[in-house]
Design a protein around this ligand. Structure first.
Ligand code: GLV
Length: 333
């Protein structure tokens, strides 16, 4: 049998992944943290928040799969084995979940649903002032796969939609900004701000007092990316001062969010427990299985190590097709 697949996560027991991989690959030597056995057997690691240094102790590991779309939980380990390709979960199901989450909260805010819920509790028949869709500007931080999907769906609803990315991007129907100057300009035109950026050295603490002040008065903030982007005190101050109308937070600097945290009870904050895009092996496994098959048949996912991968990528490049779910540890996504 081919090398073992280690499932390294404390969040679930991995049995759904075991099943999904067996269904796609045939018999799999599936190991968990409890049943790791000889570390030299491990060929592929599926990881979510792995203990620092653990993956480096697998001498024969050939591919690291992030069990999340974000890879900050992996790159936090400064002993990751060099040169071993890192891939990540990325599939239409997950991307769709993320967009749904953003659109749900954006529309709920846009159509004043929480105000109507309060009016209903008070038995008040009270139409709110309506803001036309074409005057509700939505800004998206991050224009990777998720950001683009969210932007396109929101733009299709008729909202003036803009996005910001580190490097310049052009997207039909979406106003795009990049760089630091572009960041402030994007903020200044965002009545609803949606964060889908990766967490990297450059984005940690990006949403500080200055950033929140740059948003228009009455803006609404949706964070479905990483809590580490946000300076919590700055966000709370912007909400308390009335500068921001509200915030929806799915991710936090500390998870689970500690019971005493102000976010839980803040009247302008909605909290969800990091579920905007939950990794589901049933939807995510086809991508992982494809990558494991490529690894085993020499069609490697790492274009630096095997000619079939290089050839495949050259073909993809020439036909305008994207490469497969690889991560650049230097950029952090
Ligand atoms: C979840 O946060 C993920 O990175 O998939």
């Amino acid at each position: 049998m081919a090398g073992a697949i280690a499932y390294v996560s404390r969040d679930t027991d991995g049995q759904l992944w075991n099943k999904a991989l067996q269904a796609g690959l045939g018999p799999v030597d599936f190991r968990t943290l409890e049943t790791l056995g000889d570390k030299a057997d491990i060929e592929v690691v599926l990881a979510w928040k792995p203990p620092a240094g653990l993956i480096a102790s697998f001498p024969n590991v050939r591919m690291i799969v992030s069990l999340g779309m974000g890879v900050d939980h992996l790159l936090a380990d400064d002993r990751l084995p060099e040169g071993v390709p890192i891939t990540r979960i990325m599939d239409d199901g997950l991307v769709g979940q993320m967009s749904e989450y953003a659109i749900y909260w954006a529309l709920r805010h846009h159509r004043d649903i929480d105000k109507y819920a309060a009016s209903q509790r008070a038995r008040q028949w009270k139409p709110e002032e309506f803001v036309d869709t074409i005057h509700r500007r939505i800004g998206i931080l991050g224009l990777g796969t998720i950001g683009q999907d969210t932007a396109n769906k929101i733009a299709a609803l008729g909202f003036p939609t803009a996005g910001w990315s580190r490097t310049q991007k052009t997207l039909p129907g979406i106003e795009t900004f990049h760089g630091l100057d572009g960041f402030t300009r994007l903020l200044a035109r965002s009545d609803i701000l949606i964060d889908v950026l990766p967490l990297t050295r450059d984005t940690r603490g990006l949403l500080d007092a200055k950033a929140f002040a740059a948003l228009p008065k009455g803006a609404f903030f949706i964070n479905m990316a990483r809590g580490g982007h946000v300076v919590d005190e700055a966000l709370l101050a912007a909400l308390d001062s009335g500068h921001l109308a509200g915030a929806v937070l799915d991710v936090f600097n500390q998870e689970p969010l500690p019971p005493e945290h102000r976010y839980w009870t803040h009247p302008k904050v909605r909290v969800t427990p990091h579920i905007a895009g939950a990794t589901n092996p049933r939807t995510a496994s086809p991508g992982v299985i494809e990558n494991i098959k490529r690894l085993r048949t020499g069609g490697a996912t790492n274009p630096r190590t095997a000619s079939p991968g290089v050839i495949e990528n050259i073909k993809r490049l020439r036909t305008g097709k994207p490469l497969i779910h690889t991560v650049d540890p230097k950029s952090g996504y």
